[in-house]
Design a protein around this ligand. Structure first.
Ligand code: M6R
Length: 629
């Protein structure tokens, strides 16, 4: 989704801003822009719809420079992706410029009022309202002190600017991460956060601003995570943080762990491919220090719940969106089977507006890679408001959801840049398996059963490595079917969520219509889609329902549909010529199958997208972190 980058310091900022915007590309965007302010030449804005190269081409026609500037990648919410709708937006006839992430829900009435007051709107965005609103308050300040120079402004601690921004923020309903620069004050950026992440990087005689830490790579590892309702007043040499309504706050400078800023492709053609191949390591990292063979259980440092509290849990709600919701479905099978606790899996976007009757023994887990998904955050807040313990299973350390939860489990999968989630999914499944083991061992699971699960988990990274050997086979299959317009993904039990996830991966990055179904359910409707150009991907490794799924396969074959089977070597023998194509994967216990079967479905989506010439890491219309409702 939208991204923000900013700089104020001793160096010219244009190259840094462009590089920072490129680092934010993975979030998804459709246009970009930057503004610089300098001591001699005032404020300059450049913006362009399309990829960042379009902006770079525009910049080449200008002589933009400055030691202060901010940049933005926009993901359209209000108004199409055009040059005019791109950020920054200028307020008050060129007095200031604003970049904004989030959504201003009351922008219409504010716009009407500002238009009536004579402000001229050029774009269809909600952000332009923020720019003119701040300008309107700033003009009142200017009327009271018309001779404010940069020097006298600095001497006042930029208080007049802060007052104008604060007064505006108090009028906004919605979410924002925003940065404001002022034409006549080339040494200060004012930033503010409510519901959309912002971090400030602290350097030596320079400060950075960004919507996530990735643009700070190489600049600094000292970082301040702004909290909701905070305003930051940022100059080259100073950082002041204040609460919008309560005044001064201490800026808590943290050191960024190096693994959170390793964002290169390590020789792979795409981040997605790199992240697929990282999975043996990311799974090791998720499990590191959490398996306790001596007690035949798992252990988590951050749940912040006592054993007594965990024993009294009578129901678990797992909530999330997209791939994280699919991981929740895997978690439902896992926790019900291993811990015998009833589980419900809820789309966060639905849960936030429902009023489910949940009793006191309910524990809620918000599952999220980014930790910033607006619907998941809102659902979690609603569950908290209802008095339930809410825990996060998240990848991004210090993210909003991780911070607001009572406790949780970090995935430690490292930054996931590809928009299509891969390694986060398998780490979520691994974390949920350990959670199910932990809760199960507090209940009916015996030490012997616990020890067996631990052994299987310990062997998992090597099994994933072995599964990755299907790469070449999957690539050939992808070439064969890349022209098809619809795919079915079918699986049962633990592999039903795996089928949903496989279909989502294909849809997201290749733009091919794909549907995931429980294999037997296919007879109740989707079978009507089957023809010689509609492949069915059967996820049927082995296990109790193997023979049943083979019957479903027969039904597809009888109707002339191509069958691709993902199965273990035993399964391959049994399936034989029934499948047109077979992808072999290693054998694992049924509860670990979604992790192993994810590998070929991720690769299949990747190679089909590649074959079709799609932009794998930045698929159209999608954002990595969906911070709007
Ligand atoms: O960051 P989150 O896990 O909360 O994101 C949830 C979904 O937006 C995300 O999983 C999305 O569906 C991915 N693009 C899937 O590949």
């Amino acid at each position: 989704m939208c991204g923000i980058v900013g700089y104020v310091g001793k160096f010219d900022c244009v190259d840094f801003l462009v590089q920072g915007l490129r680092r934010l590309e993975y979030r998804g965007y459709d246009s970009s822009g930057i503004v610089t302010v300098n001591k001699s030449g005032g404020m300059h804005v450049a913006k362009a719809a399309g990829r960042i190269d379009k902006l770079v081409a525009k910049l080449a026609q200008t002589e933009m420079s400055g030691k202060l500037g901010v940049g933005h990648t926009r993901w359209a919410t209000h108004g199409p992706a055009t040059d005019v709708n791109s950020h920054p937006h200028v307020g008050g006839d060129g007095l200031l410029a604003v970049v904004h992430n989030g959504v201003i829900e009351n922008f219409r009435p504010l716009k009407q009022r500002l238009e009536a007051a004579g402000y001229c709107f050029r774009s269809a965005t909600d952000t332009e309202v923020v720019a003119h609103l701040i300008a309107s308050y700033w003009e009142l300040e200017l009327a009271a002190q018309p001779d404010l120079t940069p020097k006298s402004m600095a001497a006042q601690g930029y208080e007049p600017l802060v007052r104008a921004v604060r007064a505006s923020l108090q009028k906004l309903h919605g979410t924002y991460g925003l940065a404001v620069v002022f034409r006549d004050y080339p040494d200060v950026i004012i930033a503010a956060k409510l519901g959309s992440p912002l971090v400030v990087g602290v350097g030596d005689g320079e400060h950075f601003l960004a919507s996530d830490p990735s643009p700070l790579v190489g600049g600094t590892d000292k970082i301040v995570y702004l909290d909701d309702h905070e305003i930051a007043v940022i100059t080259a040499d100073s950082l002041r943080v204040l609460h919008r309504d309560l005044g001064e706050k201490h800026a808590d400078v943290q050191t960024l762990a190096t693994n959170t800023i390793e964002v290169d492709m390590a020789g792979y053609e795409h981040f997605m491919l790199k992240e697929i191949f990282e999975q043996p390591d990311t799974l090791r990292n998720t499990m590191r220090g959490r398996l306790k063979p001596d007690e035949a259980t798992a252990h988590f440092g951050g749940l912040n719940l006592t054993a007594k509290e965990l024993r009294s849990v009578r129901r678990i709600v797992l909530t999330g969106c997209g791939t994280s919701w699919h991981a929740g479905l895997v978690g439902e099978y896992l926790i019900e089977e291993l811990a015998r606790i009833p589980v419900e899996v809820e789309y966060a976007s639905e849960l936030r507006y429902r009023n489910p009757p949940l009793d006191d023994g309910t524990l809620v887990f918000a599952i999220t890679q980014s930790g910033e998904t607006a619907d998941t955050l809102a659902a979690m807040r609603e569950m908290k408001r209802m008095g339930h313990m809410t825990l996060a299973i998240s990848n991004v350390v210090g993210s909003s959801i991780a911070k607001e939860a009572h406790g949780g489990i970090y995935l430690h999968a490292g930054p996931e840049i590809g928009v299509a989630s891969t390694k986060a999914f398998t780490s979520q499944c691994a974390a949920l398996t350990m959670l199910a083991l932990y809760l199960g061992r507090m209940r009916h699971l015996s030490p012997v059963q616990g020890a067996q699960i631990i052994e299987q988990l310990q062997a998992l990274p090597d099994k994933v490595n072995a599964a990755l050997e299907c790469d070449a086979v999957v690539r050939r299959i992808a070439e064969k079917y890349a022209h098809c317009r619809t795919f079915l993904y079918l699986g049962r039990q633990f592999n039903f969520p795996a089928a949903l996830e496989g279909a989502l991966k294909l849809k997201e990055i290749s733009y091919i219509h794909a549907e995931g179904y429980p294999a037997a359910e296919m007879k109740h409707g989707p079978i009507a889609l089957v023809d010689s150009e509609t492949p069915s991907v059967f996820i049927v490794p082995q296990g109790a329902v193997f023979d049943k799924v083979i019957s479903n396969m027969e039904e597809i074959k009888a109707r002339g549909g191509p069958v691709i089977a993902i199965t273990c070597s035993e399964g391959a023998k049994a399936i034989g010529a029934l499948a047109d194509d077979i992808i072999e994967i290693p054998t694992v216990a049924d509860f670990l199958q979604p992790i192993i079967t994810a590998i070929p479905t991720q690769l299949l989506a990747y190679y089909i997208a590649l074959e079709r010439g799609c932009d794998v890491d930045k698929p159209r219309n999608l954002a990595k972190s969906v911070t709007v409702e």
